[in-house]
Design a protein around this ligand. Structure first.
Ligand SMILES: [Zn+2]
Length: 294
């Protein structure tokens, strides 16, 4: 498998990018009708989002992740976990999509059907205008009820709350509460809010350590990968399964795979091209090189 590898610095241009790509690969990418862009923490780093798994900087340097980002931590101390996520939410609200997010959103206008599969919980792809986004690890700014498996198991006959879809094991249900009442509650400083319907504590709708991915999200990701002709992996560490195997799944099905990452991963030895650089610089140049008529 031919491998193209180069670095794009701050001065990277579409012309330079095109000259470095194998012409046959450019032709394959240009002919693609379905493209998957798979993004990880590196995608959001230039927007100033503290990365979830980077223990050296940002919010993760101040805490042990096991004390704020697990179901066990929330059960033991809901307020501490909530307060920590409020800090992260403030960072997300203060951030803006970068040129890489914008380039991905604009790619839809170039013709191919684009599905974004992201490990990020910051919703920056949505804010940039991407329409088809699979959020593997959830969305920080969306809330859901905390389903305490132990309490649900202990309850005599748990029912499903029609507002939050969680197990309603609380007694003070509000029969008039609606889903809109839940959607109106935000991840803000203050006491941990409760579901307006069943009274269950609310939590950010993200995948904490030790929790499984949502089945519908991983199935949507697999479907998109199985249908794509091109997969571009951007800033993903590829350490966490099952997300990490998505590029290999695409390769096994014959798709062209390109990695964009300041620090290439194990994928680099297998994929069709590797571009060492930051997403905000590389993606606009790469897309302009592949789809210049856009
Ligand atoms: Zn509820």
């Amino acid at each position: 498998m031919p491998i193209t590898s180069w670095k794009v610095g701050a001065g990277g241009t579409a012309r330079a990018t095109a000259s470095m790509l194998d012409p046959r690969l450019i032709a394959d990418l240009r002919a693609a009708r379905r493209v998957v862009v798979f993004t990880g923490a590196g995608m959001s780093a230039e927007s100033g989002i503290p990365t979830f798994r980077d223990r050296l900087t940002g919010l993760w340097a101040q805490v042990d992740p096991m004390e704020v980002a697990t179901a066990r931590a929330f059960r033991a101390n809901p307020q501490r976990t909530w307060d920590w996520h409020v800090q992260l939410a403030e960072a997300v609200r203060a951030a803006a999509p970068n040129a890489g997010h914008a380039a991905i959103a604009a790619l839809e206008q170039a013709g191919p059907e684009v599905t974004v599969i992201t490990q990020n919980v910051d919703a920056l792809h949505h804010r940039a205008g991407s329409r088809e986004v699979v959020e593997l690890h959830g969305n920080l700014l969306r809330l859901t009820s905390f389903v305490d498996e132990e309490a649900a198991f202990a309850a005599a006959s748990p029912t499903i709350c029609r507002v939050c879809d969680g197990y309603a094991v609380w007694e003070h249900c509000d029969p008039y509460a609606e889903r809109g009442d839940l959607a109106a509650i935000e991840l803000r400083a203050g006491p941990v809010p409760r579901c307006p319907g069943c009274g269950a504590l609310l939590r950010p709708d993200v995948v904490w350590f030790g929790e499984p991915l949502a089945v519908d999200a991983i199935e949507a990701a697999w479907n998109a990968v199985d249908r794509c002709e091109v997969l571009i992996a951007v800033g993903a560490s590829l350490e966490v399964e099952p997300a990490a195997s998505l590029p290999w799944r695409a390769l096994a099905r014959g798709a062209r795979v390109v990695e964009v990452n300041p620090v290439p991963t194990a994928l680099a030895a297998q994929c069709h091209a590797v571009i060492s650089g930051a997403a905000a610089e590389v993606l606009p140049a790469l897309f302009a090189a592949i789809w210049p008529e856009r």
